[in-house]
Design a protein around this ligand. Structure first.
Ligand code: HEM
Length: 397
């Protein structure tokens, strides 16, 4: 028996090595510590091409779900440079109007005004999705907000949500059978005037909208759910003066020192990072014999878990924006957030997105008040789904 085993085992190992196939596939290896996450996302000895390949492989589902052709799904280094450069140009676009934030603030104001409930009740997450989608289209693509209709936006944002979820459980053929992508693109074709300039607008819409709407929704939700409503004043003051100085200001309110709008959004990104896990295919050590035998199918950085560690201060699972007050910097320095990734593929909008989300959230809060509407608070703060019980309603007076 032993001699049979001694003969067969090396044969199996040799076959596995010859076929370059892992023998014992562990489906996913998850990293929950900051140092491991930094190594996974920014390995020191890996070329940019390998880094892009490691990201592109787990993202192929986005090709089937949305027809993406961007750097998120490709190992091409030239495409990476062209795409990230173009994204930076689009993000800087609002700056052409002298004041960098004027474009975002005025788009948010118009969108909220358009979509606040004419009927008695509006679903909270649907409303935030439509407002955020409109602001993304208007600021990145110069879409005229008057051409956007609520029902069409509801359709498109629902399709994005549904296809995103489906892409995790359905294969390419099943995704192709569903005609919703073609129908959704018919709307987007009408909204984006310069299609020559933007041959595949979803390449930019998706990373921007899909993350931003959830940051806006969670920020607005905490403003209504937490701290005896004192955060509403912070949002309204910032909405009236959406400058970077006001974004960072810790002002005194009726109940003492208030968190800045920046601290509120950073706390939202810490507790509810929109990208909870960042996946990489293990291309790095693909040639070693050990890797061939035991490689995991995917390695992933658990951003949500690392953000809950006590390096961010006491009681890390509680929503406590004052932990970002300058007086609370721990002796070893403030721990960094990984909501925008880390290293060479870190998000190009890491500086833009927190302020933009804050501006949209502030305009939502201010206009809900001005229009005499109220927010009905649900039991839980949701993510892509899970917003049961949340609504915006017309006030009774
Ligand atoms: C709160 C909002 C956002 C969050 C949380 C976020 C998150 C992320 C994360 C985690 C990555 C790294 C992905 C990886 O390493 O695999 C990333 C990359 C990227 N994001 Fe964002 N993002 C946000 C908003 C935006 C916006 C508004 C844009 C604008 C178009 C954008 C464009 C990009 C691009 C182009 C990359 C790829 C960078 C590269 O390959 O070098 N993101 N984002």
């Amino acid at each position: 028996m032993l001699s049979w085993f001694a003969f067969v085992l090396p044969l199996v190992l040799l076959l596995a090595l010859w076929a370059s196939k892992p023998l014992f596939v562990r489906r996913t290896r998850t990293y929950k510590h900051a140092a491991q996450i930094r190594t996974l996302l920014n390995p020191p000895d890996l070329s940019l091409r390998s880094l892009l390949l490691a990201r592109a492989q787990p993202n192929q589902r986005l090709v089937h779900a949305f027809g993406l052709t961007s750097t998120f799904v490709s190992a091409d280094t030239k495409l990476h440079r062209a795409f990230t450069t173009r994204a930076k140009v689009l993000l800087a676009g609002a700056g052409e109007k002298n004041d960098r934030w004027w474009g975002v603030a005025s788009s948010a104001e118009v969108a909220v005004h358009h979509f606040l409930p004419v009927q008695q009740t509006t679903d909270f997450s649907t409303f935030i999705q439509c407002v955020t989608f409109s602001v993304v289209l208007s600021t990145l693509f110069d879409t005229d907000l008057d051409t956007l209709h609520y029902d069409d936006l509801v359709y498109v944002t629902n399709v994005i949500n549904q296809r995103w979820k489906d892409s995790k459980i359905k294969d390419a053929a099943a995704m192709r059978q569903d005609d919703s992508l073609r129908k959704m693109m018919a709307y987007i074709d009408e909204w984006i005037v310069d299609r020559h300039q933007h041959p595949n607008p979803l390449n930019f819409i998706l990373p921007a909208y899909e993350t931003m709407w959830r940051v806006v929704a969670v920020t607005v939700a905490y403003i209504y759910r937490c701290c005896d409503n004192t955060l509403q004043d912070v949002a309204i003051t910032f909405g009236r003066n959406p400058t970077e100085a006001q974004f960072q200001a810790f002002d005194f309110g009726h109940n003492g020192l208030q968190p800045s709008m920046q601290a509120i959004v950073l706390e939202v990104l810490r507790l509810h990072p929109p990208t909870r896990h960042i996946a990489r295919a293990p291309v790095a050590s693909g040639s070693s014999w050990w890797h061939t035998l035991v490689a995991p199918a995917v390695e992933r950085a658990d951003i949500e878990a690392v953000h809950l560690s006590d390096v961010y201060g006491e009681n890390p699972s509680a929503f406590e924006p004052m932990r970002f007050h300058p007086s609370r910097v721990p002796v070893g320095g403030r721990a960094e957030l990984y909501a925008f990734g880390y290293g060479r593929l870190r998000c190009v909008a890491a500086a833009w997105a927190p302020m933009a989300a804050a501006v949209i959230a502030a305009k939502v809060v201010a206009q809900i008040k001005d229009a005499g509407c109220v927010v009905t608070v649900g039991d839980k703060i949701g993510g892509r789904s899970g917003w049961d019980g949340w609504a915006i309603e017309k006030g009774t007076e």
